[in-house]
Ligand binder design. Structure first.
Ligand code: ADP
Ligand code: MG
Length: 322
């Protein structure tokens, strides 16, 4: 069995490759980060717990990707650029066959985004992975949840619902064969954080959030924080390639309330429509206009003709869901 220190040095302590801002990495009591002069730090933590956020026995390489991806996604939703992250890991035992692919999966994504692992903590216990990520953004340009204004367009990036469809397959809520589950499972296990889009939307979008618990709930956070309402065109929501072939009712439910997509939902003034499309083009990220922000505090769901839809939906809430 590996000791705590040989485990850290073997799987997590690498020479700093992205040391633009990390002056000191793993090995001391603290890491040292030197923020670029005049920039704000954007900081976020996300914890993934076995049995809650991922199945026991989940593929460690995919898990390594996902636990960093969900943190990078929070930076994307703020319009921030990644600098560095820390990893707090609780592990039942130090199994090399798990640690090697886990750290490979995590570092592959970290290297794509020039984000260095600069420290953390390791302890024995139930499998629990907590990353804290540090990013930077010029003051005043963060895409905050409280910045939506009545009249704004509502946009989403990419497609929604395939991660939820994979979950329905695993849980046997729907009859799906293995190739079909496989076709949408990539969205669930290896989400793509929309960092390039987030940065490209600085100064163009008003509010943004990443869709982790389902569009309805996550857009709801923007509405509440911004004290506004919205009309959402349910039939304009871009379904994932597998879900797009499903019946309308399922498509509507899973695009609206399916979690784990990690796309961005953002609002922008109508006068910035062309600028939004240019930002999407620059960042090679598709975006779709799906509704508008209204005065008031209601979220109205409408169909393609603008008719009211009354759908019973809840997005995922860890304390009220079974
Ligand atoms: P301390 O006793 O000061 O908390 P530790 O013995 O826990 O320090 O950790 C030693 C060094 O290894 C520290 O620099 C810490 O940041 C780093 N470290 C510990 N666990 C991890 C991990 N899972 N990933 C990255 N760095 C880690
Ligand atoms: Mg420690």
């Amino acid at each position: 069995m590996l000791s705590e220190f040989s485990l850290i040095s073997r799987y997590f302590d690498r020479p700093l490759r992205h040391d633009r801002h990390a002056a000191l990495g793993i090995g001391d009591d603290c890491a040292l980060l030197t923020p670029a002069s005049g920039m704000q730090l954007a900081i976020s933590s996300d914890m993934l717990v076995e049995g809650r956020h991922f199945f026991a026995g989940a593929d460690p390489a995919k898990l390594g990707h996902k636990c960093l991806a969900v943190n990078l996604s929070d930076l994307a939703a703020m319009g921030a650029a990644p600098l560095a992250f820390t990893l707090a890991l609780s592990l039942p035992e130090a199994v090399e066959e798990w640690l090697a692919p886990f750290s490979d999966g995590m570092f592959r994504l970290a290297d794509q985004h020039g984000c260095a692992l600069i420290g953390g903590d390791t302890t024995k216990g139930p499998l629990n992975i907590c990353i804290t990520i540090f990013g930077e953004i010029p003051p005043g340009l963060a895409l905050r949840r409280d910045a939506a204004r009545a009249g704004d367009d509502i946009w989403v990036s990419g497609t929604l619902g395939d991660a939820r469809l994979a979950l329905a397959g695993y849980r046997r809520e729907l009859k799906m064969d293995a190739p079909m589950i496989e076709a949408c499972a990539g969205r669930m296990h290896e989400p793509t954080p929309r960092l390039a889009l987030g940065c490209a939307l600085r100064g163009i979008a008003h509010a943004a959030i990443d869709i982790s618990d389902g569009l309805i709930g996550d857009l709801g956070h923007i509405l509440k924080r911004s004290a506004v309402g919205a009309a959402l065109n349910v039939d304009a929501l871009p379904a994932g390639p597998v879900l797009a072939r499903a019946p309308q009712d399922l498509r509507r439910r899973f695009t609206l309330a399916g979690g784990d997509d990690y796309e961005l939902c953002f609002t922008a003034p109508v006068s910035n429509r062309i600028a939004v499309l240019a930002a999407a083009h620059r960042s090679a990220t598709p975006v779709t206009r799906v509704g508008s922000i209204e005065a008031g505090n209601r979220l109205r769901l409408v169909d393609a003709q603008g008719g009211a839809l009354d759908l019973q939906l809840d997005s995922f809430d860890h304390f009220s869901s079974p």
